[in-house]
Design a protein around this ligand. Structure first.
Ligand SMILES: [Zn+2]
Length: 69
C-alpha cells in the first residue's frame, strides 16, 4: 500500500489545505470521516491525514486509529 503522510499544522494551515483540496465544505458539513473508524473528523479530533492511492484520508485522534498510521 502506498502511503505518504502529509505534515499539516492544524488550524489555519489545515483550513487552507482543505480549501485548496476542495474538502473544506465537506469538513464543515461533517462529511469527512476517519479512515479507520468512520467517526466524523472535526477540529477537535483530527490527528493526521495521509495519501492512500492518491486520495486524501483522515485519521482521528483515538489511540486505536492513531496507532494504525
Ligand atoms: Zn478513528
Amino acid at each position: 500500500m502506498k502511503r505518504r503522510e502529509i505534515n499539516v499544522i492544524i488550524d489555519d494551515d489545515l483550513i487552507e489545505f482543505l480549501k485548496a483540496e476542495k474538502l473544506y465544505q465537506d469538513f464543515i458539513d461533517k462529511k469527512i470521516l476517519c479512515y479507520h473508524c468512520n467517526d466524523v473528523i472535526t477540529n477537535e479530533n483530527i490527528f493526521s491525514l495521509f495519501l492512500n492511492d492518491d486520495k486524501i484520508q483522515f485519521c482521528c485522534i483515538k489511540a486505536v486509529c492513531a496507532r494504525k498510521l
